[in-house]
Design a protein around this ligand. Structure first.
Ligand SMILES: [Zn+2]
Length: 82
């Protein structure tokens, strides 16, 4: 008598989804000119704007995020304090 059991251990399957939870982008500070990496969330919308302080010189950025039709993320910062 043969007791045949199959175990399913398929936890190592990885998928390369095009969706990304968030992504790191580099931008140049409009005040001090330093290149700074920030994390943006493309799922937050195709166009986003928010104010964030530069981690180098602590000046306020007006951060712009745009996601184009190909899913590429564009990030830049303007001086928020004008
Ligand atoms: Zn700065």
């Amino acid at each position: 008598m043969t007791n045949h059991r199959e175990r399913q251990g398929m936890h190592e399957e990885e998928r390369d989804d095009e969706e990304q939870a968030d992504t790191e982008q580099e931008l140049s500070c409009p005040y001090c000119g330093e290149t700074v990496a920030i994390t943006v969330d493309p799922a937050g919308g195709a166009e986003q704007e928010y104010v964030e302080d530069c981690p180098v010189c602590c000046q306020p950025w007006q951060v712009h995020v745009e996601v184009d039709a190909d899913g590429r993320v564009h990030v830049w910062a303007d001086a928020a304090d004008e």
